[in-house]
Design a protein around this ligand. Structure first.
Ligand SMILES: Cc1cc2nc3c(=O)[nH]c(=O)nc-3n(C[C@H](O)[C@H](O)[C@H](O)COP(=O)(O)O)c2cc1C
Length: 402
């Protein structure tokens, strides 16, 4: 199995007798080529020593105490770093805290702060597992997309028999691999544009728009996590380039077009950039001085990058974005047909909390004959959903060897 190779996995350990099995889990994941870090609750340290986990991973273990000795941002750093977080063993108490969004220690805060998929491997006495409070917490967690690995049934540490044993480390490893294996873009070349473009009027002014680039960057991370080789071509943003993605910063639409052409052919193209439709016809070399009450700025049409990509041969599976203020679906479908796209992601703009610069978004996937609404979620979650939807539709055989 090489699905875990290079994956960044945080193993969270909580205070159960099964914590001794975490050492074996960490070892198995490391042997699979994963890059593993461990975070422990205070209670778990009574069951297994952090020195064991430090030796197995080659990295210091994150605990409430270690957080005090660092920048204080350890939970955020790990939350961003992780491709997946697995809590094994997960106590009844931790599941309750997770279900209710508590952030009262480093591990809980880490789980609340992450955008990465979360997996829990419960371990507890069978009566605790079957208690309606635990069942209800599990329902809440599953409803939020948190995966549950196990538990197994059998003889328990207390001598009783029933469900609640933490499942075997090999089983948890397989479940983790399944998260990445279901992503089917391995070997595919994906080109994504993001952010705004800047069209100079003179050396100090420009024509631009309110795109932050967050959606395009999230798509690049999601496509990368799905196994694709990703090229991200972005106009100016404040965002850090994602790891393990080929990053091409550009400024103008013409530059973006050139960079896109340089990255083709591709299997999938996603035009998430908010490209300026027009640019000043004659950008001035010198700063324009104020004279008259009114001034006219002549504009010319910019190339329509996504429409041009849709006409290239071999043609990638081509996805566009449409930000609309009214008639969302009909406007998006008109663009889909005019530009010859396979799929268009339509966003309503002007709604507080979503769209430009927000961390959340909601969208409608529009095709020729159907549409599918995706309700409000974080841009990272939405990006993963969009990549899943594209994966279902795009031809699976790569047109270009990577
Ligand atoms: C010896 C002993 C064993 C325990 N085993 C478990 C267990 O297997 N599962 C569980 O949910 N809680 C178990 N507990 C209770 C938890 O350790 C307790 O709820 C603790 O507060 C959990 O903290 P944490 O979730 O922050 O690690 C055990 C407690 C003790 C003293």
């Amino acid at each position: 199995m090489d699905t875990l190779l290079g994956r960044r996995i945080v193993v969270g350990i909580t205070g159960s007798i099964a914590a001794y099995k975490s050492a074996e889990l960490v070892r198995t994941l490391t042997q699979e080529g994963a890059d593993v870090r461990v975070a422990m609750t205070r209670a778990s340290q009574r069951f297994i020593g952090d020195i064991t986990l430090q030796a197995l991973t080659g990295h210091p273990v994150a605990t409430d105490a270690s957080a005090e000795g660092t920048s204080g941002m350890e939970h955020i750093d790990l939350a961003r770093w992780a491709d997946v977080i697995v809590i094994a063993p997960a106590t009844a108490d931790f599941l309750a805290r997770l279900a209710h969004g508590r952030a009262d220690d480093l591990l809980a805060a880490l789980c609340l702060a992450t955008e990465a998929p979360l997996v829990v491997a419960p371990a507890m006495n069978h009566a605790m597992w079957q208690n309606p409070a635990t069942r209800y917490n599990l329902t809440l967690l599953r409803g939020r997309g948190i995966r549950v690995s196990g538990p197994a049934s059998g003889e328990q540490a207390c001598g009783e028999i029933g469900p609640g044993r933490m499942c075997a480390p090999e089983q948890i490893t397989e479940d983790l691999a399944g998260i990445f294996a279901t992503r089917r873009l391995a070997g595919q070349r994906v080109v994504i544009t993001a952010g705004p473009t800047w069209e100079p009027i003179d050396p100090v002014r420009m024509l631009t728009n309110r795109s932050s680039g967050k959606m395009g960057f999230a798509l690049a991370r999601a496509a990368r996590d799905a196994g694709a080789e990703v090229w991200l071509i972005s106009g100016p943003t404040h965002l850090a380039p994602p790891d393990r993605v080929h990053f091409h910063p550009v400024v103008t639409t013409e530059e973006m077009k050139g960079a896109v052409e340089g990255c083709l052919p591709a299997d999938i193209f996603i035009g998430a950039a908010a490209v300026s439709d027009y640019r000043p016809a004659e950008p001035q070399r010198e700063k324009i001085k104020k004279h008259d009450e009114r001034m006219m700025l002549a504009l010319i049409r910019n190339p329509d990058i996504v429409a041009e990509v849709a006409r290239t041969k071999p043609r990638p599976f081509t996805v566009g974005f449409a930000a609309e203020t009214s008639d969302l679906v009909s406007q998006a479908r008109r663009k889909l047909l005019e530009k010859g796209l396979d799929l268009i992601i339509a966003n309503q703009v002007g709604v507080p909390g979503i769209g430009f610069d927000a961390d959340d978004n909601e969208a409608v996937l529009v095709e020729q004959d159907r549409e599918k609404p995706l309700s409000r979620m974080s841009k990272d979650q939405l990006a993963r959903r969009i990549i899943d939807e594209i994966t279902e539709r795009a031809p699976s055989a790569p047109v270009t060897p990577v």
